[in-house]
Design a protein around this ligand. Structure first.
Ligand code: DQA
Length: 146
């Protein structure tokens, strides 16, 4: 089996997982989630990089880099930028691989301003409301299709 590359991008404030509104976002830290993702990817022979940034431009730069390094899939939780960032949508539109958008919470059940996602216009799949399971489900779907 060939080794494929996947980039997992976590947007602003997700570095606070575990202590940030745990009743909404859960008890797991970002390190917990990333460790599990690294393990799952290794078992399936995938090369995975997980990154978090609180800065829109850094997320865009990471998407640009993925255009040129054989990254086959981006799993992205753009966090609050989901609802505001045409710039992240444009960057994803310039990327040719598959994109899965993940949200820990069900954004459609929450405040009206969270119901719209710019990124969903580009995403091949969207997972919301499954907590950290959403990331694992995204990877499992990918491995199943491999
Ligand atoms: C989030 C939902 C967003 O509305 C929010 O701004 C986040 C996290 C989620 O994972 O549920 O920071 O993307």
């Amino acid at each position: 089996m060939s080794v494929h590359k996947v980039l997992v991008l976590h947007g602003p404030n997700l570095n606070l997982l575990g202590t940030r509104q745990p009743e909404i976002y859960g008890q797991e830290t970002l390190d917990d989630i990333n460790s599990r993702l690294y393990e799952k990817a290794a078992v399936n022979g995938w090369d995975i990089v997980c990154r978090q940034s609180n800065h829109e431009g850094e997320l865009i730069d990471a998407i640009h880099a993925a255009r040129n390094d054989d990254t086959a899939l981006i799993v992205i939780n753009p966090a609050a930028y989901t609802h505001t960032s045409v710039a992240i949508l444009d960057a994803l539109n310039a990327y040719e691989g598959r994109v899965i958008e993940v949200h820990l919470s069900n954004i459609h059940k929450r405040e009206a301003f969270r119901h719209h996602s710019y990124v969903s216009r580009r995403a091949d799949g969207v997972i919301a409301g499954l907590g950290s399971q959403g990331y694992y489900v995204a990877l499992d779907a990918l491995f199943a299709a491999d």
